[in-house]
Structures are given as structure tokens and as C-alpha cells.
Design a protein around this ligand. Structure first.
Ligand SMILES: Cc1cc2nc3c(=O)[nH]c(=O)nc-3n(C[C@H](O)[C@H](O)[C@H](O)COP(=O)(O)OP(=O)(O)OC[C@H]3O[C@@H](n4cnc5c(N)ncnc54)[C@H](O)[C@@H]3O)c2cc1C
Length: 494
């Protein structure tokens, strides 16, 4: 049944006469604004900030949750700062976000590699041949070079690794090591890419991503960026706990878009910027947009999946393994866990978080991730302690800190990162994110709804800097639309 905000009694998304009457009623009471921005994540805030600095000030940002930031969510708990969502600034000078963070003097110096306690061991704590992990590192670095994946364009990203490992472990070589390495790589790649399965992600899409080099950390949390993007913007411009449930983009008043929130607030906007995650859009577009979205756009949206990668953070006041931050890599050579612990097979890297050596972080991806979202906290702790004891051979004290994220259960994200074009999506002809960012044009020929968000960035999808750039891109598009139709709005200041 319909859960939208117009009281329709029929099937999801159905529009009956009662609903049409309701639309006219809401139209007559709606608040007029120049631009509505949907979503207060990095893309939405960047759009808001750009519009503001270009003199478009009659704006309203509607955010579904009771906080800003979206998939940037810094938590300060028990004296520990952890990132539930984004954590690293991926890359240096080429990255607009790195440049901004540097300007704010907010980037931390990276720890030198030899400050870490790196360990490469099997599930039973046996040291792994350096040859094995050197090959793993080589393969992962190689495929980040653009162009390496060209021969695999019609298939998956995972196929590249499978073929390469096949080459390295030809018949007669040690196939057991080959299998163990493949398992390790599969889970490292799923964690880095946030994919449920590396066989699902198009190699062509993976090759579009441009790598900007080494990762960096914020000195005092990723929410430094959220504060920065909102400097000088009046609080009244940003409405929290206001999920948008309907967007009438071709109204009887064809110049404007009617936006309705779950609470029944209504706004008439000249333009709307939608920045909701692709996970949310895929799930809700049929119910939110009226008329329904054009088929070409729906095909593009359905070609892109939002992977699920959750974090589990377990901490102690003092690290029990030694004095240095830990970087533990696990190569699974036997698969003998009790059945209820099978999600642990996906754990191949456990490491200390930034600035808190005593807090260890695990990523859980794909189906395991959704399973762990629903496990009780004490069970997760018990499983993690079992694994750590088995791998390190140490008696481990009870942790004093615990957190686990739930990005899939969150209806406003329905996933974490990366948004990736699937193999079948690529086969259906979706190769670039431009195809997800085609503005909606109403029957008067006016571009009324535009799309931002990390999933719409061609080369930096799945990142914060990508999200930030798309918000700016669409805000500038609107500024130029406004400028070119001076009858719609007063001229903007530059
Ligand atoms: C666990 C995790 C780790 C990550 N690590 C990194 C990293 O290290 N480095 C990096 O660069 N990136 C990382 N990312 C990715 C990065 O966080 C995202 O790419 C980026 O934050 C996306 O921003 P966005 O504005 O496009 O989307 P979002 O952050 O999803 O923002 C969309 C906003 O829209 C709101 N919304 C949705 N539907 C509605 C609606 N109907 N009405 C009103 N509001 C709505 C949502 O509540 C949300 O606030 C990570 C993400 C996760 C989850």
C-alpha cells in the first residue's frame, strides 16, 4: 500500500482523483522558494553553499534525518573519535577536498609506514610467505592504473584478479596458496570498492575511476567539512527531519515544482536539486516522482548499485598487542569456523584507527554486512574476540569501546559506497554517470529537476570529493539557468 504523503488509498505510487484534488490544495498553500535542495549530505551542502555564494539566497534544504552530513558521520563517544562513514581524503593536490582541508590547516600528517605493526598471518597465526602478500599488493596496485582493465570491459572487475592469479599459479604451482590469495584479494577488493561481490562490478566502470594517490586524514574529524560548508548559511535555510516524499515536476503551474514532505509541508520551487543516494532513489523513485521518471533515467538508475560496507569498531583503553598501531592481514587457508561465525571469513584486515591505537576497525561487506547489521552487539563482540584470539594467540581482555554501523538498514542511504555500474548495467549501455544526471525537463521545456550526489560523478564516484564536486556542478547549472531566464528571478550577484 501507498506510504506517500497524499493519502492515496491505492497501490504504491498510484494517483487517484482524491490525490489530484489534494495536489491542487497543496499547490494553493505551498511556500514559494527559488531552489529546493533535497538532502543535507556533502553534495546537498556543497550545492547550498555554491548557490549562496552566487547570490541565490531564497533556498531551502530539506534533510530527512535529524542531522546534516549524510554518509559523513563523525561520532565522539567515551573520549574516542570514530568515523561511522567516510574516513579518508583520497589523494593529494589533485583532490579539491584535500586542497580545501589544507587551506583550513585541518589535514593530519600520515604516520610513516614503519610506525605500524604490520602482520601477515593465517587464521591460526602462522606467518605468511612475504611472496604471497607482495603479489597481492602488486595486483591491487596494478589494476588501479587506468587502462589495465581494458581487456575486461565486457566482464567484471573480479575477473581481472581471477585471470591474473590463474597466470601466477599455473597448474603445478601451489594451488592452495593461489586459492588463499584469491580469497584474500576478493575480500580486500570488496572492502576497498564496497561491492557485495567483485563479480558484480563492471570492469569498465572500475576503470573510469581516477586515483589521486595517497590517503589523508582529518585532524579533528570529517565533520570539519560539514561545519565549513555551512559557514554563513542561516539555520532557517536547512530543515532537518523533513523527508521529501513527493516531487510533482510537471504541475498545472508548469513553471514550478511542487515538493511535499512526509509531515505535509509543501514548497513550490523554480528548481530542485536531488542529492539522495542512489540506494534511496532506486528504492523510492516510483513513489516520489510524479509523473514517473523517463524510462532512460530509470534504466540508468537501475544499472547502478550501492554497495554495503559497514564498520565494526572494538576498543581497549590500552592496546593489548603492543605499543604500535596494528595492521593485521589475515590469509584464510582453512575454512573451519562454527557456522554462526561464517561472516568472519570476510575479515582479512583489522587495524588501529586514526589517533586511537587501542581501537581496532573491521569492515564487513556485502551479504555479511547486512547479516552483521542485525546481530546483537554481544554476539559481534564475542565473534571478533574469538578471531583476534585465534589469529594472535593472545588472551584478550573485554573491550571498553564498541560501535557498529548500519548503512543498509538506513532508508535514507540503503548502502554506503561505492555506487558502481553492474556488469549487466554496462551491458545495457550505461557507461558514464552523465547518464544519471540528465535534468528533468517539464512540458514547458524548462529543466526543473537536476541530480547531484557521488553516484553522478564520472571519475570520483563513491567519494566525498566526488559528492562535493557534483553539488557545485549542479548549483552552477542552476545559477546559469536562472541567469539565462531573467524573467524567472531577479539577476544574481556574482
Ligand atoms: C562506511 C563508509 C565509509 C566511507 N569512506 C569514505 C572515505 O574514506 N573517503 C571518501 O571520500 N568517501 C568515503 N565514503 C563515501 C562518502 O561518504 C560518500 O560518497 C559521500 O558522503 C556521499 O555524499 P552525498 O551527498 O552524495 O550522499 P549522502 O551522504 O548519502 O547524502 C544524501 C542525503 O540525502 C538525505 N536524503 C535521502 N533521501 C531523502 C529524502 N527523500 N528527503 C530528504 N532527504 C533525503 C540523506 O539523509 C542524506 O543526508 C564512505 C561511505 C561510507 C558509508
Amino acid at each position: 500500500m501507498c506510504r506517500c504523503c497524499l493519502g492515496c488509498s491505492g497501490e504504491e505510487g498510484s494517483i487517484n482523483s482524491k490525490v489530484i484534488l489534494n495536489i491542487f490544495y497543496k499547490l494553493s498553500r505551498a511556500v514559494n522558494v527559488d531552489v529546493v535542495v533535497i538532502g543535507g549530505g556533502v553534495a546537498g551542502l556543497s550545492a547550498l553553499n555554491t548557490l549562496f555564494t552566487h547570490g541565490v539566497k531564497d533556498i531551502l534544504l530539506l534533510e530527512a534525518q535529524d542531522r546534516l552530513g549524510g554518509r559523513v558521520h563523525t561520532i565522539r563517544q567515551d573520549g574516542v573519535l570514530v568515523e561511522e562513514g567516510a574516513e579518508w581524503i583520497h589523494g593529494g593536490e589533485q583532490n579539491s577536498l584535500y586542497r580545501l582541508a589544507t587551506k583550513l590547516d585541518a589535514v593530519d600528517t600520515n604516520l610513516p609506514d614503519d610506525a605500524w605493526d604490520h602482520r601477515f598471518v593465517t587464521q591460526d597465526g602462522r606467518l605468511v610467505d612475504s611472496e604471497v602478500y607482495e603479489l597481492a599488493e602488486l595486483l591491487m596496485n596494478k589494476c588501479k592504473e587506468n587502462g589495465m582493465l581494458v581487456p575486461f570491459y565486457n566482464t567484471s572487475y573480479g575477473q581481472y584478479y581471477i585471470d591474473r592469479i590463474q597466470e601466477a599459479y599455473r597448474p603445478g604451482n601451489n594451488t592452495a596458496s593461489g586459492k588463499a590469495l584469491l580469497h584474500y584479494l576478493e575480500h580486500m577488493v570488496n572492502y576497498e570498492e564496497g561491492t557485495g561481490s567483485w563479480q558484480d562490478m563492471s570492469a569498465r566502470d572500475a576503470d573510469q575511476f581516477i586515483n589521486y594517490g595517497d590517503d589523508h586524514q582529518w585532524q579533528d574529524g570529517y565533520d570539519t567539512l560539514i561545519s565549513q560548508l555551512t559557514v554563513g548559511i542561516p539555520d532557517s535555510t536547512m530543515k532537518l527531519s523533513s523527508p521529501v516524499c513527493k516531487i510533482f515536476w510537471d504541475t498545472p503551474d508548469q513553471a514550478r515544482v511542487l515538493v511535499v514532505t512526509l509531515e505535509g509541508d509543501t514548497f513550490l520551487a523554480q528548481h530542485v536539486i536531488v542529492t539522495a543516494s542512489i540506494g534511496h532513489i532506486r528504492e523510492r523513485h516510483k513513489h516520489i516522482f510524479s509523473p514517473e521518471l523517463p524510462a532512460s533515467l530509470v534504466t540508468a538508475f537501475m544499472a547502478v548499485h550501492l554497495g554495503v560496507a559497514n564498520k565494526v569498531q572494538v576498543g581497549w583503553d590500552e592496546p593489548w598487542w603492543g605499543t604500535d598501531p596494528l595492521d593485521l592481514h589475515i590469509i584464510w587457508t582453512t575454512f573451519d569456523l562454527p557456522l554462526d561465525m561464517s561472516w568472519l571469513y570476510g575479515e582479512v584486515n583489522i587495524y588501529s584507527i586514526h589517533r586511537h591505537r587501542g581501537v581496532l576497525q573491521l569492515f564487513v561487506t556485502g551479504a555479511n554486512s547486512i547479516h552483521v547489521e542485525n546481530l546483537p552487539e554481544d554476539i559481534i563482540k564475542k565473534h571478533v574476540l574469538y578471531l583476534l584470539k585465534r589469529v594472535t594467540g593472545e588472551n584478550i581482555p573485554q573491550p571498553t569501546f564498541f560501535r557498529r554501523s548500519r548503512w543498509s538498514s538506513n532508508p535514507w542511504t540503503r548502502g554506503s559506497y561505492s555506487s558502481y555500474i553492474t556488469v549487466s548495467g554496462a551491458k545495457a549501455g550505461i557507461h558514464h554517470r552523465d547518464q544519471l544526471a540528465v535534468p528533468l525537463t517539464n512540458s514547458k521545456g524548462k529543466a526543473v529537476v537536476v541530480w547531484a550526489g557521488e553516484h553522478t560523478h564520472n571519475t570520483r564516484y563513491g567519494t566525498v570529493d566526488g559528492a562535493m564536486d557534483t553539488g557545485k556542478r549542479e548549483a552552477l547549472r542552476i545559477v546559469s539557468l536562472i541567469k539565462s531566464s531573467s524573467s524567472l528571478l531577479p539577476a544574481v550577484e556574482n
